[in-house]
Design a protein around this ligand. Sequence first.
Ligand SMILES: [Zn+2]
Length: 430
Amino acid sequence: LLAAIAVGCAACGEARPRVRIVLVTLDTLRYDALAGRRDLPSQMPRTLARAAKGLSFERFHAASSSTQPSHASMFTGLDPWEHGVTRNGQVLADSQHTVAERLREHGFETHAVIGSFPVASRFGFAQGFDSYREDFTRDLFGASRWGGEVVRDGRFFSDAELVTEHAIASLDQARGDAQFFWFHYFDPHAPYGGSVGLELNKTHVIAQVQARPQRREAELRRLRELYDLDVAHLDGWLERLFARLDAEPGFETHVVVASDHGENLGEDGSIGHGDGLSEAEIRVPAFVLSPRAAPGVRDDVCGSVDVAATLLALAGVAAGDLDPRARDLTRPPPEPARLRAWGMRRTLAKKSSELRLDGRRHPLQPWLFYVAEPNGRIVRGDGRGVEPGGDGAGLAERFRELEARAGATLRSDPLDAESERALRELGYIQ
Ligand SMILES: [Zn+2]
């Protein structure tokens, strides 16, 4: 009753339809895995058919190539150097006012089902949720890799089948007239081929290429095939979720789907994500399914920071103190030619390197930012300069400011020993 009063039209006495807001985040999903490309069809035909009935974004950019910073941006509408989560292992501060908290304050009941450890409640992502299901059933690279050095019996993620089962259970159990759900899927993430019982990781692939350099292209094709199998597996389970959302008469349902970052599958000689800012890592799929969003495809530059404002707008909840730069993506921007998206690679507590396909460890730069220009061009750089073809000093000056702000986040950053071990095993920190 209280929820009904909260969302009802008090002045006219006429109740609004029951409303359901759903955020679906697809971890590690590449743009081309959903959209397809000239030489490769979509690996998610059912999800693509759903997206085609909604509003899709061709230039949606992840705030970071790492999971936690990017998700924190979706929930706060802030860039990583503003919300303070600039690498995995940090905790989203209680002082941050998340979308889930804002919706709950407006009478929504709020439920989350997450698919992997990096967005576990211990990292601050459960703020504002009435329930937060974080049951993981699978080891990341086999139990033997963990040797007791594991979190919660070494269980790090769940596959789409279990996430969907729990998601549908949470939909079944919700009773309020205003409901918000977050469902997080992890399947495209390594291990590659996990959906068919194979568990390849980056190190395996690089070892194969080193052993037989003439088979480099064949190994990369195999890697892509395994990644695509996992994506196709996700597609099937997502369709079950969408079908469940369809079958709810009396509800006005609004769904926002976005990836948190992509994945290198050989781009720049690299496999995985988080060490760089290649287009494969940061330009990702996103779409909205809502009776209030006119179907179509938009090419204005947008990104993770716009998810929060979009969810609130769909919920009919005022943006309040949300950063005014965050946009409601269901409304075409008045000046698309002025829009930019900003983001960053994870911060590094110390010097770090990346193992690439050439078998060598390449040092990572201490800082790395990007800006996606209004025409979609991505320019990377840091306070010392930008990559060739960038606009030079003006941008470096801006990146220098961002360095100072991101650097401040590292100084108030205690990581508990258990989380640190787990993240080190994952390769998220060195
Ligand atoms: Zn991720």
